[in-house]
Design a protein around this ligand. Structure first.
Ligand SMILES: Nc1ncnc2c1ncn2[C@@H]1O[C@H](COP(=O)(O)OP(=O)(O)OP(=O)(O)O)[C@@H](O)[C@H]1O
Length: 329
C-alpha cells in the first residue's frame, strides 16, 4: 500500500493550465538532469518547486523558458510550445534566474529603464515603485551594490513586468528576513492580481506560506506533489505506549483505513520505552474516539508540515526522539 503521505494529491483542470509539460526530459551525456516530467500549473496558482541541490529545478525552469532544448517530451506555456515559440513564450513570462547578472557599470535606475524598454511587458513605473518599497538606492552603480541589493534590483525588474506568469528561482536568496517577508507579500499580491507564479526555494516555511501546490524533485524525477490546503489537514501524533502493551492492539478500524499510517519505535534516549507515530490525513475528528481507547500516554498532536513530507520524500523519515516532557505538553 502506498504511504498516505506520498501520493499525487493535485487535481488538474486542463482548461485552466497555463503551463503544461508531458514527459519533459533533459539528458547531459549519460546523466539525466530531468526525467519524464509531466506537470500542469493552473492559472492563478503559486506553484512551489522543492528539491535538494542538483535535483533538476533550474533545469526544469530553463526548459520551460526555452533556454534549453529537451531531449524528450514537450512543454507549453499559454498553449505555445516553448521550443518552437520561445520568443512568443518569453512575452508571457518574467523570469528571475538564480544567478541574475546585471550590467555592473550601470546605475540602478538605468538598469530598470533598460529592462523596462527591452521587455515587451516591462513597466518602469511599477519597477520603480517596487525598488522604492524595497528601499533600494537606485543612484548606486551595480558594481558597488551588495549581493542583496543586486537581488532587490533583479526583483524590481522581474516583478514589475506585466506578464501573466512569473518564474522565480530562489527569489529570497541573499535577502535579510524582513525583505524576505516583503517578497513573499509581493508574491501573494501577484496571485491576487490573477498572475501565476512558479517559485523555487529551499526554504520550506516560505513554500508553506505562499504556495498553493508544491512539486518535489529528486535526482531529476518528480518524487511527490502536494496541495498545501490538503497538507494543512495532516497531523502527526506521537505518544508513548503504556508498558507491556501488545503492538497488534494498534490495528486501525476498517472505517479509518487509508487515513492513518502507524509506526512504532524506541527512541535512543529512552531505550526502555516504546513509542508510536501516527501520520494522519483529513479530519481528525473521527479518529479521536479510537485514539482515546488506546493504551497511550504522553500524547502530542502537531500539524504535519512540509518538513515531514520533505524528510519522507528525500531522506526517509527519522522521528527518533520523543516529545519533550517540558511544561508545554
Ligand atoms: N550543462 C550541464 N552539463 C552537465 N550537467 C549539468 C549541466 N547543467 C546542469 N547539470 C546537472 O544537472 C543536475 C540538475 O541541476 P539543476 O541546476 O537543475 O539543479 P537544481 O535543483 O536547480 O539545484 P540547486 O538547488 O543546487 O540550484 C545537476 O546534477 C547538475 O550538475
Amino acid at each position: 500500500m502506498p504511504h498516505p503521505l506520498v501520493h499525487d494529491s493535485t487535481a488538474f483542470d486542463p482548461a485552466e493550465a497555463i503551463v503544461h509539460t508531458i514527459g519533459l526530459s533533459k539528458r547531459y551525456g549519460d546523466f539525466d538532469a530531468l526525467r519524464d516530467c509531466s506537470l500542469n500549473v493552473q492559472k492563478g496558482e503559486v506553484f512551489g518547486l522543492l528539491g535538494p541541490n542538483g535535483a533538476g529545478k533550474t533545469t526544469l525552469l530553463r526548459l520551460l523558458l526555452g533556454y534549453l532544448f529537451p531531449t524528450a517530451g514537450s512543454a507549453t506555456i499559454g498553449g505555445l510550445d516553448v521550443s518552437k515559440n520561445s520568443v512568443a513564450v518569453r512575452r508571457l513570462v518574467s523570469y528571475l534566474p538564480g544567478d541574475a547578472r546585471l550590467p555592473r557599470h550601470m546605475r540602478g535606475r538605468g538598469v530598470l529603464e533598460f529592462f523596462a524598454e527591452m521587455q515587451p511587458a516591462g513597466d518602469l513605473q511599477r519597477s520603480l515603485k517596487i525598488a522604492d518599497h524595497l528601499e533600494l538606492e537606485l543612484k548606486r552603480r551595480v558594481a558597488f551594490m551588495s549581493t542583496g541589493m543586486r537581488q532587490k534590483l533583479a526583483l524590481a525588474i522581474v516583478m514589475g513586468a506585466r506578464t501573466p506568469l512569473l518564474i522565480l528561482d530562489e527569489p529570497t536568496a541573499n535577502l535579510d528576513p524582513s525583505v524576505r517577508g516583503l517578497i513573499l507579500d509581493m508574491v501573494a499580491d501577484a496571485q491576487s492580481e490573477e498572475r501565476t507564479v512558479i517559485f523555487s526555494s529551499h526554504v520550506l516555511a516560505e513554500i508553506e506560506q505562499v504556495c498553493t501546490k508544491v512539486l518535489f524533485l529528486r535526482r531529476g524525477i518528480i518524487a511527490h506533489r502536494q496541495r498545501l490546503d490538503e497538507l494543512k489537514q495532516r497531523h502527526r501524533i506521537l505518544a508513548q505506549l503504556e508498558p507491556n502493551t501488545l503492538e497488534p492492539s494498534f490495528s486501525v478500524p476498517a472505517e479509518l483505513k487509508g487515513q492513518v499510517e502507524i509506526n512504532t519505535f524506541t527512541p535512543p534516549a529512552e531505550p526502555n520505552t516504546r513509542w508510536v507515530r501516527m501520520d494522519t490525513a483529513g479530519d481528525l475528528t473521527p479518529l479521536l474516539p479510537w485514539l482515546s481507547q488506546l493504551p497511550l500516554q504522553r500524547m502530542r498532536i502537531e500539524p504535519l508540515g512540509l518538513r515531514a513530507i520533505y524528510d519522507e520524500v528525500h531522506i526517509g523519515s527519522t522521528v527518533e526522539n520523543p516529545p519533550s516532557t517540558g511544561g508545554s505538553q
